[in-house]
Design a binder for this molecule. Structure first.
Ligand code: AMP
Ligand code: MG
Length: 339
């Protein structure tokens, strides 16, 4: 292990000695979830499970691209010009996603659903289906015409949004992070001060682990495709802190000798190919960590690093070099957390 990151302040009391250490998990959003917590309250696992499941179900019911009839699915299918009252969580995530799209010049784009589908990563034909073909350039051009997030009109005050016609929202790059935040807040409201929440690799830790240590988590590191050394491990104390990772290995396929990851650059309509293997972002909010990690993954090593530095984001970039080796770089905000 080569790097240890610790938040600048550790607040609150560690759980009392002898507090029960608990863990539950399950499946959601096409991936797995896990919650670990320290029970100093007389809460049964069933009560905690029901609370967690309630938050996860709410995010799916509102924001799933896969669930026919979710609020997002109904918005995506709605006729041009229709207005829709968005439920609160949907509106929160849309607001953050539009901010991220503006800030990243459209590298992050919540209206990229048509492109995501075209490349086989959405609810349409999958890249895993037998006979799946790479899209031709005219199809990419046609899809690009539906991805302008600036055509979305919405009113944060009333929570209403207009479907401009043919825009397919996709919150897969941000909703898991929001789900983590919701679960963590719900646990806190139940009196659970010490918990580690994970949905599909996005994590938030609050309070302390059993024994009074912070929740120590190793950042996900990309698999090495050719022989060569792995990158050093970065271990983080998740104390009131979240981490999200976007990677070119998470969902991807190989076709015609090229590697096609599920991160699409909505500016040219094609999966990214700048050689970035992964980006991990630490942030107080897991929703923002998730949005930023995707945005930086699209922007690539240079533009991504520049934007992260400009916004004071704590990020770790892992590049694939021609030799097949992995090389890391970190932003000053992440360096400031190094012990
Ligand atoms: P993440 O793992 O958080 O980086 O999210 C990746 C998922 O977000 C993909 O599977 C797509 O559904 C979606 N996606 C792909 N490219 C983009 C993009 N440029 N902006 C927003 N969402 C995207
Ligand atoms: Mg993301």
């Amino acid at each position: 292990m080569n790097r240890v990151l610790v938040p600048l302040r550790l607040d609150g009391a560690a759980p009392p000695l002898g507090a029960r250490s608990c863990a539950i998990g399950g499946e959601t959003m096409g991936t797995t979830w896990q919650v670990r917590w320290v029970a100093s309250e007389p809460l049964t696992d069933d009560v905690v499970r029901a609370a967690v499941q309630g938050e996860l179900n709410l995010v799916v019911a509102q924001m799933s691209t896969w669930l026919a009839g979710s609020d997002l699915d109904r918005f995506n299918r709605a006729p041009a010009g229709t207005w829709h009252t968005l439920p609160e969580a949907f509106a929160t995530v849309l607001g953050a996603a539009v901010w991220m799209a503006d800030a990243s010049g459209g590298a992050f784009n919540p209206a990229a659903g048509t492109l995501v589908d075209l490349w086989g990563f959405g609810p349409g034909p999958r890249y895993t289906d037998p006979g799946f073909e790479l899209p031709e350039q005219p199809a990419v051009q046609a899809a690009l015409a539906h991805t302008d997030w600036r055509r979305l009109r919405w009113d944060a005050g009333s929570g209403r949004a207009q479907q401009p016609g043919g825009v397919r929202l996709d919150f897969s790059a941000i909703a898991k992070g929001h789900a983590v935040d919701r679960v963590a807040q719900r646990l806190d409201a139940l009196g659970v001060r010490s918990a580690l929440v994970e949905v599909g690799g996005e994590l938030r830790g609050q309070g302390f682990a059993p024994g009074g240590q912070p929740w120590w988590v190793d950042l996900e590191s990309p698999p090495v495709r050719q022989a060569g050394p792995a990158v050093p491990t970065t271990r983080v104390a998740l104390h009131g802190l979240s981490v999200a990772t976007s990677g070119d290995y998470r969902r991807a396929f190989t076709h015609g000798g090229a590697h096609w990851p599920h991160t699409i650059d909505p500016r040219d309509g094609r999966p990214v190919s700048h050689g970035l293997a992964s980006v991990s972002v630490l942030h107080g909010s897991c929703m923002w960590a998730d949005a930023w990690s995707t945005a930086l993954m699209v922007l690539g090593p240079e533009a991504g690093m520049a934007l992260a530095v400009e916004h004071g984001i704590a990020a770790l970039f892992v590049r694939r070099e021609r030799s097949g080796r992995l090389a890391e770089s970190i932003t000053p905000a992440m360096d400031a957390l190094s012990e």
